[in-house]
Design a protein around this ligand. Structure first.
Ligand SMILES: [Zn+2]
Length: 653
């Protein structure tokens, strides 16, 4: 419900911003922001939602002698180009939305062509436009596409991204620096309350350590994802073709199987990328895949990434030619690289003629299962391709997805030494075109706590050290809500993908304080207990931190441990008891959050010890309560492949 509320407001704001721009078009030479105020948006926003946390103070920052707003009034206008990208409009509406939440003020909107630049003008310019050009504001070419500049010139402020996506991130960064803005989740946002705010004296740039950061769980969508600053590359795929595991969708057997049986792997679970050694048919396969990519590029003028990836199987073609290649290079990835190099050549030759400006398109394949190993050798201590044939085309990139590795531990730890080596080897081939697909959940059971909290930072650093341009740290993407401290995971993950050196302890503590409020310490104790239990399994019992390890047994979760955790949950409810009368809305919100985390503890108690420690009636009631809570909290799945109803069948309820 609250999610919808934000979405609705933002939509209204975007609309009103557009309307204002249209309305402003005739106001040429208007430099003092003498334009109609936002009507719909500002009227809606003077009442801040009760859940906005305003108990943060305005941070210290350098200021100029001019007020962005004073006593609830402002003569500053947001300036954007009339033909600005949708992202730039979003940036403007986000700025006004959060400024309104903090102060009740919203800035008027001005079209850049109607604005006259001078040192004394009061503008907040967003994105590239006539005013930013007149003021001489530029974005360094070294910044990646999500980077931005925040700069004060005269009495105006300039927020400018390397692309329009960066415009939005410039706004969030400004808000954090002048109003202590912090986004924890859609109903937990901190921002200082302010009647007046001085214009900052800023001149800085920032960019994410990982240029493209994908969402991790189902909860992140639309504006939620934008506010976590998780914005992926713009993937393109043909009509009806998935983004991932799509080779047999590009080349379906039922369409091509009769005419080109050589195109298909011996077990028909994928393609034969050597066409069984038939040169003419190989060329035809390259062209057929390449032609589909050409069409995709034409149909997606904003797209920048195409993933041509093998199916989600562990097998590969075992025809004589594929076997020869595997013998020669020691890995099936060689056939994929050779094929992709030819496809990229074929598509890029056309692309350079047809769309010379679209130089940013990248073509990807999976280093996953059969192809996880890179075809490299060492020469004088340097990793190099085995030969010229497996040297990457400069537009070719790889999605390295080490699904078998241990994500309890960092890639720099002994458990993962072979995976770190793989990362280095792929990095040597792909350079800066490294796309990382990591994992942070037990996909066979969404109720189990998966501890990658102690490895996340090291893993992301290792990725950045090895050419990361994109990261997807896969979690419960298809569950509408998740237990096991997944909300913290999403928060930390999005923070660290932007800045791999962020202070994890401070972020975690801050998150607990905001999210669990009076129950912060108690819930932190539960969180620590769960981490320690995972660590004990790993260090003392030798249990692998692989996401497929079956850990839901009484060997790994002792009854007394679970009962201690249950007691902590009860304590947490007691901790927030005073809120019940002082702030019933906040009480309900935090109650739900504790309840969400209780699910993984209650699941294990019921599943592992239910028949031993409860009477039949008690067990039945506990299961029913668990089911009700899952419904209330929007838990929709038992596992990646099973709906929650499967659990109700298992439990006989
Ligand atoms: Zn083959």
């Amino acid at each position: 419900m609250r999610k919808k509320f934000i979405g609705a407001i933002a939509a209204v704001l975007s609309l009103s911003v557009c309307l204002s721009i249209v309305g402003c078009a005739g106001n040429s030479g208007n430099e003092e922001g003498d334009v109609p105020k936002l009507e719909i948006g500002s009227a809606e926003l003077t009442d801040s939602p009760a859940w906005i946390e305003k108990a943060v103070s305005i941070p210290e920052y350098d200021k100029i002698d001019s007020m962005l707003f004073e006593n609830g009034q402002s003569d500053y206008a947001i300036v954007i180009a009339a033909d600005a990208a949708a992202n730039t409009y979003t940036a403007a509406s986000e700025l006004n939305y959060f400024i309104s939440l903090a102060s009740g003020v919203s800035f008027s909107m001005l079209e850049a062509d109607s604005a006259t630049w001078s040192e004394s003008a009061h503008y907040i310019s967003i994105g590239d436009n006539a005013v930013s050009k007149a003021a001489g504001v530029t974005v360094p070419e070294t910044l990646n596409s999500h980077g931005f500049v925040v700069r004060t010139v005269g009495e105006s402020l300039f927020l400018q991204g390397a692309t329009s996506t960066g415009d939005i991130f410039a706004v969030y960064d400004l808000l954090s620096k002048v109003l202590g803005y912090e986004y924890y989740m859609d109903d937990e946002i901190a921002i200082a309350e302010a009647d007046s705010l001085a214009c900052p004296d800023f001149d800085y740039t920032d960019e994410p350590d990982i240029e493209y950061r994908s969402t991790q769980i189902g909860y992140q969508n639309g504006l939620v994802s934008t506010r976590y600053k998780t914005v992926s590359a713009k993937f393109m795929a043909p009509e009806g073709v998935s983004t991932w595991h799509n080779s047999l969708q590009y080349i379906p057997y039922n369409v091509y199987g009769t005419q080109y049986p050589e195109w298909f792997a011996t077990d028909l679970q994928g393609l034969c990328l050597t066409a069984h050694g038939d040169t003419a048919k190989y060329e035809k396969l390259v062209q057929t895949v390449g032609d589909k990519m050409r069409t995709v590029i034409s149909n997606n003028p904003d797209g920048d990434t195409i993933a041509f990836t093998h199916m989600d199987v562990g097998t590969w073609c075992t025809c004589a030619d594929c076997t020869d290649l595997k013998t020669k290079y020691g890995t099936d990835s060689a056939s994929m690289i050779i094929f992709m190099n030819d496809v990229v050549d074929y598509v890029e030759t056309w692309r350079e003629e047809t769309y010379p400006d679209r130089d940013n398109i990248r073509y990807l394949f999976f280093a996953y299962t059969a192809t996880v190993q890179a075809p490299v050798k060492e020469e004088n201590g340097t990793i190099v391709p085995i030969d010229e044939d497996v040297k990457f085309h400069d537009k070719l990139g790889v999605i390295y997805a080490p699904i078998s590795s241990d994500f309890f531990h960092g890639k720099n730890e002994p458990q993962n030494s072979s995976y770190l080596k793989q990362m280095q080897e792929w990095h040597a081939l792909a350079g800066e075109n490294m796309y990382y697909w990591f994992y942070q959940s037990y996909f066979y059971n969404y109720f189990l706590f998966y501890n990658n909290f102690d490895s996340m930072q090291d893993n992301y650093r290792a990725a950045v050290d090895n050419g990361a341009v994109w990261m997807y740290d896969q979690s419960q993407y298809n569950n509408a809500a998740s237990t096991g401290f997944q909300m913290l995971k999403v928060y930390l993950s999005s923070k660290l993908m932007w800045n791999v050196d962020a202070d994890v302890s401070a972020l975690t503590q801050n998150f607990f304080d905001r999210y669990f409020k009076a129950a912060s310490d108690t819930m932190y104790e539960l969180f620590t207990g769960m981490r320690l239990n995972n660590l004990w399994m790993s260090e003392s019992l030798g249990v692998s931190g692989w996401i497929g390890t079956r850990i839901n047994t009484s060997e790994y979760f002792k009854l007394n441990t679970l009962l201690e955790w249950e007691a902590l949950i009860e304590q947490a409810y007691e901790d927030i008891e005073p809120l019940k009368t002082s702030d019933p809305d906040a009480y309900q919100k935090v109650y739900d959050r504790i309840n969400l985390e209780s699910l993984s503890v209650r699941y294990l108690l019921i599943d592992l010890y239910g028949t031993q420690i409860y009477t039949t009636q008690e067990l039945y009631d506990l299961k029913q309560q668990f089911k009700q809570d899952c419904a209330d909290l929007n838990i929709t799945r038992l596992s990646e492949g099973e709906l929650i109803t499967v659990l109700w069948s298992q439990w006989g309820i």
